[in-house]
Design a protein around this ligand. Structure first.
Ligand SMILES: *[C@@H]1O[C@H](CO)[C@@H](O)[C@H](O)[C@H]1NC(C)=O
Ligand SMILES: *[C@@H]1O[C@H](CO)[C@@H](O)[C@H](O)[C@H]1NC(C)=O
Ligand SMILES: *[C@@H]1O[C@H](CO)[C@@H](O)[C@H](O)[C@H]1NC(C)=O
Length: 393
């Protein structure tokens, strides 16, 4: 009796000590962190394909935030975005929350930070997809129409369906050889933008050309088109750390699913008021692919290589204009001082002029699924898992 009482108290103390020293979230902030602002925001979506960050896309998101408070959500411990974002343009502050676990995702303080932000960005991370949030309410920040962005896995989670990779990551040859192999795991998400989500019925893949993912994306599309005619809420799984609802894939056929393949150093900046997206990034490496099949796959069965003929593809690229010209010009007066840790700290920043420059990149309309150069529109066929032409064209 006494012994077990002691044991309970003892383990309670240990737990308390551990819980006090290991918080479920960690908050970092640069800039005017004690003076948050409330600005007029413009709804937009930044979809970034991983690798080197695209400055122009961050600048666009900061501009859409009305120079407000920029918040990065991530599941690993790194606050490198704070200084980068703060010094890039006119953000009032740039903060990162390291969400360490599911409790962190559900912590009311984290919800408050999200609700106070004028821009939200999901950093890439392998763990990102596994944190879910219990509450099903969409945060006020999202309802306010704040611009949302993400790169790599943080971009993948923006689409309606996601490749969850819960059994490990699949490569193109493995996916094509057997569209039902055990690495082909999906989840349905209803993230952020709600029912009129511009990314309704899409699945995104990132690091697209760098990791040769055309074969796996076309197989994802084929699988979801074959299996996911309807969606059913998985009550037990709750939501993603921000506000995604998770759905189980129902059986059914013919969903008008579309694939979005985004290469590294490439970003779509989608204006949610118009549905128009600019392609941003350095001209030589940036490209994205929109897979828009109009029919079911010919063969999408277990243990059988995929056959999917004449899938329409629109390739999009930034224009010939240099990356710097695809950005904004900012002239600033900066005051620095040396703080007591002898590091240079920016204490005041005034943006005098911020002009968008002419940028000749491809424009794609995500409402109508049209746009881009007609010369970059083509069909791709895979027969018995083998592409009949260069899918990247
Ligand atoms: C929320 O933040 C406050 C102030 O930093 C802190 O005292 C409190 O413990 C936090 N609450 C939770 C649930 O983490
Ligand atoms: C994941 O792998 C396990 C073990 O191989 C398997 O039982 C399970 O069905 C796989 N999940 C999916 C969705 O294929
Ligand atoms: C989203 O897709 C589903 C399934 O195709 C469809 O029923 C629904 O109307 C779509 N929503 C919008 C806003 O297009």
């Amino acid at each position: 009796m006494y012994f077990s009482g002691f044991f309970v108290v003892f383990s309670w103390s240990i737990t308390t000590i551990l819980c006090d020293t290991i918080p479920d979230y960690v908050y970092y902030c640069t800039g005017n962190c004690n003076k948050p602002v409330t600005t007029q925001t413009h709804p937009g979506l930044i979809l970034m394909g991983g690798g080197t960050d695209v400055d122009a896309a961050f600048i666009q998101q900061i501009e859409w935030s009305g120079c407000g408070d920029f918040l990065v959500l991530r599941s690993d411990n790194d606050d490198k975005y704070d200084r980068y974002v703060y010094n890039l343009d006119c953000a009032n502050s740039a903060a990162t929350i390291w969400v360490r676990n599911r409790d962190g995702a559900n912590n009311p303080n984290v919800t408050d930070y999200i609700n106070g932000a004028e821009a939200i960005f999901f950093a890439g991370s392998n763990n990102l997809k596994k944190f879910t949030k219990k509450k099903k309410k969409r945060p006020a920040a999202v309802k306010r129409g704040v611009p949302i962005g993400g790169t790599s896995a943080g971009c993948d989670i923006q689409s309606y369906f996601i490749y969850s990779a819960t059994n490990g990551s699949v490569n193109s040859p493995e996916a094509l050889a057997d569209p039902y192999n055990k690495l082909m795991t999906f989840a349905g998400y209803f993230l952020i933008q709600g029912d009129d989500n511009i990314l309704n019925n899409t699945i995104i893949d990132t690091h697209f050309v760098t990791r040769d993912r055309f074969g796996r994306l076309i197989t994802f599309v084929a699988r979801i088109r074959t299996d996911a005619g309807g969606r059913k809420l998985l009550k037990t799984s709750g939501t993603y750390q921000l506000c995604a609802y998770m759905y189980q894939l129902d059986l059914g056929k013919g969903l008008p699913i579309k694939g979005i393949g985004i290469n590294e150093q490439t970003a779509f900046a989608i204006d949610l008021e118009t549905g128009l997206a600019q392609v941003l990034g350095p001209v030589d490496t940036s490209e994205a692919y929109l897979l828009m099949p109009s029919h079911d796959p010919e063969v999408c069965e277990p243990l059988t290589p995929l056959t999917y003929k004449n899938v329409n593809v629109q390739k999009v690229k930034p224009g010939y204009v240099q990356r710097v010209a695809c950005s904004y010009v900012c002239i600033r007066i900066c005051f620095f001082f040396i703080n007591r840790y002898s590091s240079l700290q920016l204490i005041y920043k005034l943006t005098l002029l911020s002009l968008p420059l002419f940028c000749n990149s491809d424009v794609f309309n995500f409402r109508t699924w049209t746009g881009g150069e007609s010369s970059r529109n083509y069909d791709v066929s895979y027969i018995n898992g083998v592409p009949q032409e260069d899918p990247y064209n």
